[in-house]
Design a protein around this ligand. Structure first.
Ligand SMILES: [Zn+2]
Length: 389
């Protein structure tokens, strides 16, 4: 077993990363370590497992045995508590220059355990221009034992100056069969459920796992995919839009609530609330209120991002539905993501033309663009529903 075992269908990337981890081990031992690089860029479509691959590579760098998968180092990396691994996500919709500078300072420190200091920069495409410039400087002159692992959907999402300094690891969408096998073998999911979840998630392993194991995720999917057949009139379109936006909000609220509570409690503890010492018993010490306000702002902007991501995921689900309709209309013998809804697909395929289906897919894509451009969700989604009718 190694830390790379979970990377389903990524044999080529795993081969490169394993060689690099071995080279990194040579460097630690005082050798030359040809093939080791200080900046890596992990790209691939959503769900291909960019972050998982980067994390596995981090474990391989920090493990004395190039990623054995069972030592303390490996374990700490995988659960996110290794002192030499810093995994960061954008705090709000993007990385600010402040967040990036702080990170660069921390990245410059020597590794506490003598191997590497690894910075895992998720969603690197969300760095603002000034943050990206700060990042570029750090990557250009890395401290001898610092390794940057950047993740983004496509290489083009990053400035060419950053991209050209990174070694590229390209991940691909794993096949349905491979995903189903992992769910069955590692998560103990019954084969039929595993096959359904893998197909519905179209190679997105995290999504497949959620569909296989989480009833609420399955119910949300059903609600989203029930939308096309419910759009019989203008009133139905408006209420479908309301439902979709509300579901995304609820999903985001559930995901953020737990995170927020922990952070706020921790901050209050640091600033002395609850302490009975003299001078501290009147609530937060000086600076505490400001820090709390700053935390609340960050939490608000993170909630916005999660809400947007969850709405976008629902829209992609709708796209997959209409793509299936198109496949039926063209009689293409391809695997349908939503084969479990075969009746709905056939109905709509008969009732409409391929041109209409393409127009509907366009309407969803346009809605995604509008949401990305900060148009009010209710307005954007309503316009889309009317176009889908
Ligand atoms: Zn290990």
């Amino acid at each position: 077993m190694t830390v790379f075992d979970d990377l389903v269908g990524q044999d080529q990337a795993v081969a490169v990363l394993s060689r690099a981890a071995a080279a990194a081990g040579e460097v630690v031992a005082g050798g030359r370590g040809a093939g080791m690089t200080h900046a890596w860029l992990f790209t691939g479509p959503p769900g291909a497992g960019r972050e998982d691959a980067a994390r596995a590579f981090a474990a391989a760098l920090l493990c004395p045995d190039a990623g054995c998968g069972h030592c303390d180092q490996c374990h700490q990396v995988l659960i996110g508590s290794h002192p030499d691994l810093e995994a960061v996500r954008p705090e709000g919709l993007s990385y600010s220059v402040k967040q990036t500078r702080e990170l660069i300072l921390r990245a410059a420190g020597a590794p506490t355990q003598g191997r590497w200091r690894v910075i895992l920069f998720e969603d690197a495409d969300r760095a603002t221009e000034s943050a990206a410039n700060a990042l570029l400087k750090a990557i250009e002159e890395p401290p001898p034992r610092t390794v940057w692992l950047l993740c983004s959907p496509a290489p083009d999402d990053l400035m060419i100056t950053i991209r050209s300094r990174c070694r590229l690891i390209t991940l691909t969408t794993p096949g349905t069969e491979a995903v189903a096998q992992v769910l069955a073998a590692r998560d103990g999911v019954p084969w039929e459920t595993a096959a359904f979840a893998a197909r519905a998630a179209q190679g997105h392993i995290g999504r497949a796992r959620a569909l296989a194991l989480d009833d609420a995720a399955r119910q949300r999917r059903e609600a989203v995919l029930g939308i096309p057949r419910s759009l019989t009139g203008v009133g139905e379109c408006v209420s479908a839009a309301e439902r979709l936006v509300k579901t995304a909000e609820e999903e985001a609220a559930a995901a953020t609530a737990a995170l927020n509570d922990n952070e706020t409690t921790e901050l209050r503890r640091i600033y002395g609330e609850g302490s009975t010492g003299k001078g501290l018993n009147r609530g937060l010490v000086r600076g505490g209120a400001g820090a709390l306000k700053e935390l609340e702002d960050r939490q608000k902007s993170r909630a916005t991002r999660i809400k947007r991501d969850s709405l976008d995921a629902a829209l992609l689900e709708l796209v997959s539905f209409y793509r299936d309709v198109l496949a039926v209309q063209f009689g293409a013998g391809v695997e349908l993501a939503n084969d479990d809804l075969r009746f709905d697909l056939d109905q709509l395929a008969k009732k409409s033309t391929p041109e209409e289906t393409l127009r509907r897919i366009d309407a969803i894509m346009q809605c995604r663009e509008r949401l990305a451009a900060n148009v009010n969700p209710q307005i954007a989604v309503e316009a889309m529903m009317l176009a889908l009718r």
